[in-house]
Design a protein around this ligand. Sequence first.
Ligand code: ZN
Length: 253
Amino acid sequence: MVELIDTHAHLDSSDYNEDRAAVIARTFAERIGVITVGVDLESSEAALNLAKHHRFIWAGVGIHPHEAKTFDSQVANALRELATDPKVIAIGEIGLDYYRDLSPRLTQRDVLTEQIELANEIDLPVIIHNRESTKDMLAILRKHRPKRGVIHSFLGDIDLAREFMAFGLHLGIGGPLTFKKNDVLRDAVARIPFERILLETDCPYLTPVPYRGKRNEPAYIRYIAEEIARLKEISVQRVIATTTENARRLFDI
Ligand SMILES: [Zn+2]
């Protein structure tokens, strides 16, 4: 059994090519389960492949906004086909990213919309990336409301948290919660209702303190749980139990 779930990881990343088996072994030794997400068709297939080989790894399949320019009807059909596998438990990582702008914004919006529609049609939750694109994100969510899902790596204030929660969405909380400058996020997390919080690492990125600057991995999810416990003034055990239950319910795992 797993005790904790890292709801957002990129275990197929080439950063793990040298020692992926060891990283996964450490993860399971700590009784952590992992949702590993794809960012394009190839990594979605890789994510599913990992999930098929490990009982406590599940996959999200989707086209990230950076890769939105690669989306076409063939990719859409391939995603739909992948999503029929029982180890695929979400459509993601999908979203908008106006910070890096690696695909045209109009394309990003169309590709996000199509994938929300796909998720709703096949009844899977969505895993959403949103970076410097909040206004357009809220407009899309209003028009194409996902049945359920999570705003991954939520970084906003309590007002924005409430706007996303009004759509029924969960908020994924990760390493940035431990970064010194993020007082606004800490204030939000202290006030977000517990049943809407999911733990995530976004590994290999966004490594929490005390490992900031090094490669991230699912085993570091405990540092996020500890910080939430401190902010909410409750036990780490309760943070773990509640967020794991949230993840199990949302993703039906
Ligand atoms: Zn990610």
